[in-house]
Ligand binder design. Structure first.
Ligand SMILES: [Zn+2]
Ligand SMILES: [Zn+2]
Length: 223
């Protein structure tokens, strides 16, 4: 992905955090095929000004007959750019069969659907491919461990957070380990190879410990 595409994908992911649905949080955005223009944004949810989530009948968590309107549906219904200009829909999850049908039927020339998470039911994928729409799965590194304070590959962190290495290294703890291939090789051929394998990792800094001054110490110093 180029920088512009990454920005759009990250924008779509961040939009999904705005969903008030109690079941899942999804977003879909409709962009021009050159990723220069955003035409529409949709997140899953209830009607504007009404219930924020329609997925449950009551507070006991009993599922309602229908769910929230899906992100793709909202994205399509809010889109006012009805034209032959080729467009791409970016979705946080593979469209379900209903949304896939709407994407195929939409009179606005959607040529590709990019998605991040898979859906247990793959009918939507089949509908989209049968409708001549190209599907692309976006592989995004999972940073769950990183946010819990574990070391994580620098490339994955930079890609996922969409920040250059030079900036990231000022924000996170950095570690670099070097393994010589000649030493770790299992066969003669592997051991003969020259070179080294460098592993670079980032870890979230413990800002709270580093930056919050100890009040007791400060008072003693003032006296
Ligand atoms: Zn809901
Ligand atoms: Zn759907």
């Amino acid at each position: 992905m180029n920088q512009r595409e990454k920005e759009m994908v990250n924008f779509c992911i961040r939009q999904s955090y705005l969903s008030k649905c109690k079941d899942k949080q999804n977003a879909a955005i409709l962009v021009s095929a050159d990723f220069q223009q955003i035409y529409s944004i949709g997140i899953n949810g209830g009607p504007i000004g009404g219930m924020q989530c329609l997925c449950f009948k009551n507070r006991m968590g009993e599922k309602a007959k229908y769910t929230c309107a899906h992100a793709e549906m909202n994205c399509l219904v809010k889109n006012t750019e009805i034209s032959e200009k080729p467009k791409v829909m970016i979705c946080t999850q593979v469209p379900c069969q209903m949304c896939a049908t709407l994407i195929v039927n939409a009179k606005t020339n959607i040529i590709q659907v990019w998605y991040i998470n898979d859906h247990p039911d793959e009918t939507g994928k089949t509908i989209l491919s049968d409708g001549g729409i190209i599907l692309r799965k976006i592989d995004i590194p999972d940073l769950t461990g990183f946010f819990k304070g574990e070391w994580c590959d620098t490339q994955a962190v930079c890609d996922r957070l969409n920040i250059p290495f030079e900036i990231a290294i000022t924000m996170f703890d950095f570690s670099s380990t070097v393994e010589w291939w000649s030493m770790i090789g299992k066969t003669d051929e592997e051991r003969k190879r020259n070179g080294q394998k460098v592993t670079t990792q980032f870890r979230i800094r413990n800002v709270i410990q580093a930056d919050v001054p100890n009040n007791d110490t400060e008072i003693r110093e003032l006296k």
